[in-house]
Design a protein around this ligand. Structure first.
Ligand code: ATP
Ligand code: MG
Length: 290
């Protein structure tokens, strides 16, 4: 799959309207896509095993999207082949009072994956330039210095803080990829309706989601600016078509596999001393009486 199509290059403009939400490339139905997804899931499991053994790199995968775009399902499917010990999912909701007593990157810094692991952020620090931007009252209610609340350049400064932080992480071995699941307004409506109509899905529905939907254009503007300002070589954004869940999952799996393959992962090199130790252990074990 040519995943370049979804990549937002550093410094490039993003016209979300030009990104078809129902794009499925060469795939006409989900059968072939599911086969390819299964292959990628298997590859991911193996790559993660090497990453864990090497204990040098970690991968942080960030998911951002409007409600019902399929973040949860994508995380569940794409990560299904990974050893649960090698993967850590963190969901970011409205900040707690403890979190609000720190800078906006603090809770994310605390949740970063250790070397060798894959960390997944289901929502992230980007909420601080998305929902907080769309609802100016949120910034005003945070315990920030008044000069920050009054600063018209606050979003630009936050973009820079995010870029610098992500650069620093990549430089130190935590590689980052960021996915915006691009669902259409129409498809979101259908998914909300099925959450209302199907009893098993009722629990997923919240009236608040419908209220946020009314602010769709403001959100798209905030997403566009945030993605343009923070897609970098070290931490690129991908805009993933999200109207067809099977394609979303396949595209994400392909990008994660590519990223992990690009890290040049390898199992730790066995030293001469360790090799001697292995040979000794083998001798001991084989000479044991039954
Ligand atoms: P789902 O609805 O699929 O279960 P979700 O990620 O939408 O998943 P919710 O509990 O519905 O989870 O929503 C979390 C809410 O928290 C979102 O509306 C999000 O915008 C909000 N949120 C996250 N981070 C922040 C933040 N830093 N400031 C304010 N609101 C935030
Ligand atoms: Mg929600």
């Amino acid at each position: 799959m040519n995943t370049d199509k979804f990549l937002v290059r550093e410094g490039a403009k993003l016209a979300l309207k030009k990104h078809a939400t129902d794009f499925t490339g060469d795939y006409t139905d989900k059968k072939q896509a599911e086969k390819d997804l299964a292959r990628n899931i298997e590859r991911l499991g193996k790559l993660q095993d090497v990453m864990y053994a090497q204990d040098v790199y970690s991968l942080l995968i960030i998911f951002q999207a409007m409600d019902a775009a399929g973040k949860d399902g994508a995380i569940e499917h794409v990560m299904s082949g990974i050893n649960p010990q090698g993967c850590h999912v963190v969901s970011f909701k409205q900040p707690s009072s403890e979190e609000l007593d720190h800078d906006f990157l603090w809770r994310c810094q605390k949740a970063l994956p250790e070397r060798g692991k894959i960390g997944i952020f289901n929502r992230s620090h980007y909420e601080e330039v998305l929902v907080v931007r769309v609802h100016p009252g949120i910034l005003q209610s945070q315990n920030l210095p008044q000069s920050v609340k009054d600063d018209r350049g606050v979003w630009k400064k936050r973009f820079k803080a995010i870029r610098d932080w992500e650069d620093h992480l990549a430089e130190n071995g935590t590689h980052i990829i960021k996915f915006f699941l691009n669902v259409s307004r129409e498809e979101q409506k259908n998914r909300f309706l099925s959450r209302i109509n199907e009893p098993d899905k009722n629990w997923k529905f919240s009236m608040g989601d419908v209220k946020e939907r009314a602010l769709w254009d403001d959100y798209m503007k905030a997403y566009t600016e945030a993605i343009e300002a923070t897609s970098t070589k070290a931490a690129p954004w991908y805009v993933i078509p999200a109207d067809k869940k099977w394609f979303t999952r396949l595209a994400i799996s392909a990008i994660v596999v590519e990223k992990m393959q690009s890290l040049g992962l390898h199992y730790p090199v066995v030293t001469d001393a360790h090799r001697t130790e292995l040979a000794e252990a083998k001798k001991l074990l084989e000479s044991e009486k039954p």
